[in-house]
Design a protein around this ligand. Structure first.
Ligand code: MGD
Ligand code: MGD
Ligand code: SF4
Ligand code: MO
Length: 782
């Protein structure tokens, strides 16, 4: 039964408790116990049982949190602590009551934190904020859809609208959404991937022809060596630890490359095993490289150089000549380029010692099957695309691609972000896809590329985007340069959010605004032809069905598919050959079209119903086939560049705590890093604290140094002495987004550089009245 808004208490940041830091192990009993607490609090045992037992099971729903895959053989509990948090956050019976909208103005909601907004419960009815008013009010679905249709059809050009997607959206909804947007006339389809693994897509696409992992689930347990770069699996992909443990048990080794000694990279207490419950668990990392932020490109080049030098000393013994000759090109150019690599520059860039790099190179050369995994520590850097190309270089040298236990593995974030791309959510889909789409639905899709996430805000700023529609997510909360982005969003005429719960993007709006509430993945979706399932793709290209299991929290909710169909009918009428009414009634009809349009998804309805779904074909992984212009994998030459750091500054990365999913804040603890009851902290190496004349626990203002006339400051953050690499610092996203300039983006992918902001720490000053914009993120634009 629905319950209404709880009294939500927010901690006073002054009461932060800083305990042991960091923890030396992840998961185990406290992890599982901790995972059950919020569920039992809100949902009661029945709903908890229905959700938790169905999660990641073959006849259940896909965990809506991260994109880590499921094993072929499932256990009774196939989830982790953070999966449980995501599911209970969504399946909560707490709902926003109709009176809420009269009680709270938009300006007042804007003063609330993400935590408070999310804790208000599920959205259940469409609401509308008319121009000139400061309150949303409930309206009928038909009225909401007709307002949106009217505004879209009233624009001078379809390119004056942008249509965002976040990565929880199902394949079916994503496919229809991009079809609608293209039939409406634009490729303006920014998505969360633009801020996430976009750099991986480019780095891999340009070298091996596919932007997706070249490994399968089973490869992790069978690798001789897994190198984990710029990723914190203990928090962000927790069940990956089980596969890392399996790798160790099979005699494999693990190397972690990270400026922070993250708990999940050190030791793992597997809650499904006795030794994880009462023992010390499994030591994970055999080698830990405490790298300086942004130093990975230099490290990779230095390892490749050592591999090439070893080959020179032992001709024929080190490189995989057969593989290189048959499948790659560019080896000589790389050899020539790296022969000039400046070791001093490498040491400066990485903060490492030569002996540490030697050790990594020796491990790499001793292993026959190597996987390199990575996430945001690599992709959100200025040189991200080149760094990923260097990962590919290193793997290719010894043929670590297209064989069991080896490969390149970007680990995706949102549970279906990869599937959404497969379905055409991209502002730059290739002509072959657009042609197939046009043929199937009898229209001419626009060919000109659309805007990505950063470009959306630039165009808003210039008055060129007037209507903004979001299928999930929280774009103003997630994008860089909060204040610049929010000011841009407020120039629009209409903002529309299709959401499960409230977040900051519902409070920073255009002249008019709509919120359209939607069902989540945990909920049973019944349409005219009967119960429906949707499908998703995980980080290793496994596509499978997802069946909701609990009663929807309100009968007024529509599924994402239904919402997209109704908008499309309103805007397009019978304009293209698409049966929008039929799609809403029976999702099989959508999948029939997916079969015809999306390459690799032939016979989709049949294959998705096979037990466990199916794995998408992948040239490099399956047959060492490379869809590049030359038909070979490209070994590339990339000019080394690393961060210059003026004296007195630190390089700041923005990252996730253990109690959040992106902009969703579940709680205020970061257990593995020893932080309780607060988020306004900046982690700094003790030697840097001393050198800067600061003290552990002191309050500081964190000031960006980017020189474009905007003063970017985070006020009143507490310095926490922490073993991060020298010269580096860390603070939580999304609060620290105020410091990341909109124009500071990765070369070639346009992804915000969220992991390398040059900052100064100054003793804290009292906040000024101009600092009122985002709660908890007092910063000002001058
Ligand atoms: N519980 C939970 N799970 C999640 C999410 C969540 O918010 N919460 N988010 C999901 C999403 S969308 C994504 S994209 C993933 C994100 O997963 P991660 O990429 O693991 O997330 P971050 O917290 O951004 O952590 C970045 C890691 O990279 C390291 N790092 C930063 N800069 C560098 C660098 O220059 N070099 C190296 N070698 N390391 C560096 C940081 O110290 C940190 O350990 O997680 C997904 N899963
Ligand atoms: N500084 C900094 N900025 C970053 C990052 C960083 O590391 N540092 N990381 C970047 C990354 S990797 C990413 S992926 C982006 C994330 O950007 P987004 O994907 O835009 O943000 P989320 O916080 O995941 O979105 C959460 C909201 O989605 C809605 N939602 C949840 N489930 C559903 C659903 O099933 N359907 C619908 N329609 N809505 C739903 C809820 O309203 C919820 O409030 O942020 C990026 N921003
Ligand atoms: S590892 Fe990721 S997908 Fe798997 S249960 Fe945990 S949060 Fe969910
Ligand atoms: Mo992400």
């Amino acid at each position: 039964m629905p319950k209404s808004n709880p009294q939500v208490e927010e901690p006073d940041e002054k009461d932060i408790v800083v305990g042991d830091r960091p923890k030396t192990w992840a998961a185990g009993i406290p992890g599982v116990f901790h995972s059950m607490e919020p569920a039992l609090d809100h949902m009661g045992p029945n709903r908890t049982r229905k959700t938790v037992l169905a999660m990641n099971q073959k006849d259940g729903f896909d965990c809506p949190s991260c994109a880590w895959p499921d094993p072929g053989r499932r256990k009774t509990f196939e989830f982790c602590e953070n999966g449980a948090k995501a599911v209970t956050w969504e399946a909560t019976p707490v709902v926003i009551a109709p009176e809420f909208w009269a009680e709270h103005s938009v300006s007042e909601l804007r003063q609330r934190s993400e935590y408070w907004l999310g804790m208000q419960g599920r959205l259940t009815e469409p609401v509308y904020k008319p121009a000139g008013e400061d309150h949303y009010r409930p309206i009928a679905w038909s009225e909401a859809i007709s307002i949106l249709g009217d505004r879209l059809n009233g624009l001078d050009s379809p390119d004056h609208a942008a249509f965002y997607t976040s990565g929880r959206t199902s394949n079916e909804a994503a496919f229809l959404y991009q079809l609608f947007v293209r039939a409406y006339g634009t490729n303006n389809l920014p998505d969360c991937s633009n801020m996430c693994h976009e750099s991986s897509g480019w780095g891999m696409g340009q070298t091996i022809g596919v932007g997706k992992a070249t490994v399968t689930f089973d490869d992790f347990a069978n690798a001789d060596l897994i190198i984990i770069m710029g990723q914190n699996p203990g928090t962000n992909h927790p069940r990956m630890l089980t596969e890392l443990e399996a790798c160790k048990e099979n005699g494999g080794q693990i190397v972690a490359v990270n400026p922070l000694p993250e708990a999940g990279l050190r030791r793992y207490k597997n809650p499904q095993k006795i030794k994880g419950i009462i023992g010390r668990g499994t030591e994970l990392a055999d080698q830990f490289l405490h790298i300086r932020l942004g130093g990975d490109m230099a490290l990779l080049q230095a390892v490749s150089k050592r591999v090439l030098d070893a080959e020179e000393r032992n001709p024929g013994k080190v490189l995989d000549h057969d593989f290189l000759q048959k499948h790659c090109e560019g080896l000589e150019e790389l050899r020539e380029h790296l022969s000039h690599l400046d070791e001093q520059a490498v040491l400066q860039a990485t903060g490492l010692a030569s002996a540490q790099i030697d050790e990594l190179a020796d491990r790499y050369m001793a292993a026959e099957k190597v996987i390199i995994t990575w996430a945001m520590g690599i992709t959100q850097q200025k040189k991200a695309v080149s760094t990923i190309k260097e990962i590919i270089n290193l793997l290719l040298l010894r043929g670590n691609m297209g064989k069991p236990g080896a490969g390149a593995s970007p680990i995706r974030g949102h549970s279906n972000v990869q599937g959404d791309r497969t379905m055409g959510i991209w502002e730059q889909m290739p002509p072959a896809f657009l042609e197939a789409l046009g043929r199937e639905f009898n229209f001419q899709p626009p060919l000109e590329h659309g805007v990505d996430a950063v470009e959306t805000f630039r165009r808003m700023r210039d008055g060129r985007i007037k209507v903004f529609v979001a299928l999930g997510g929280n774009l103003v909360g997630a994008i860089s340069d909060t204040h610049v982005a929010e000011a841009a969003m407020e120039t629009t005429d209409l903002t529309v959010q299709i959401s499960t719960k409230l977040n900051r993007s519902h409070t920073v709006v255009g002249r008019e605004a709509l919120i359209l509430p939607t069902m989540g993945r945990t909920e049973i979706d019944i349409q005219e032809s009967g119960p429906q399932f949707v499908s998703v793709e995980d980080t290793v290209c496994a596509v499978h069905p997802s069946w909701g299991k609990v009663e929807p929290v309100s009968h007024q909710l529509l599924s994402e598919v239904a919402i997209v169909c109704r908008i499309a009918r309103e805007v397009l009428g019978d304009g293209i050959g698409a049966d929008w009414e039929g799609f809403e009634k029976n999702y099989d009809l959508i999948r029939d079209h997916i079969s015809h349009v999306v390459s690799g998804c032939e016979n989709y309805n049949e294959r998705i119903r096979q037990e466990g779904g199916f794995i998408l074909a992948h040239g490099p992984r399956d047959s060492r086939t490379f869809h590049t212009p030359t038909g070979k994998a490209m070994i590339t030459v990339n000019e080394l560049e690393y961060l210059e750091q003026p004296p007195g500054t630190l390089i700041l990365q923005t990252l996730r705590s253990h109690d959040q999913f992106n902009t969703t804040i579940y709680g205020h603890n970061d257990r593995y890093r020893g932080i309780k009851k607060g988020r306004h902290v900046v982690f700094v190496n003790p030697e840097d604290i001393a050198e800067l004349g600061l003290e552990d626990g002191q309050f500081v203002d964190v000031r960006g140094t980017y020189d474009d006339g905007v003063d970017r400051v985070l006020r009143q953050f507490r310095v926490v002495s922490y073993p991060t690499a020298r010269g580096c610092a860390a603070a939580y996203y999304p609060e620290a987004n105020v410091l990341v300039p909109l124009d500071s983006v990765a070369e070639g992918s346009n992804t915000p550089v969220s992991k390398a902001v040059i900052v100064r720490l100054e003793p804290a000053q009292a906040p000024s009245p101009a600092d009122s914009a985002a709660p908890g993120t007092t910063a000002s634009v001058s």
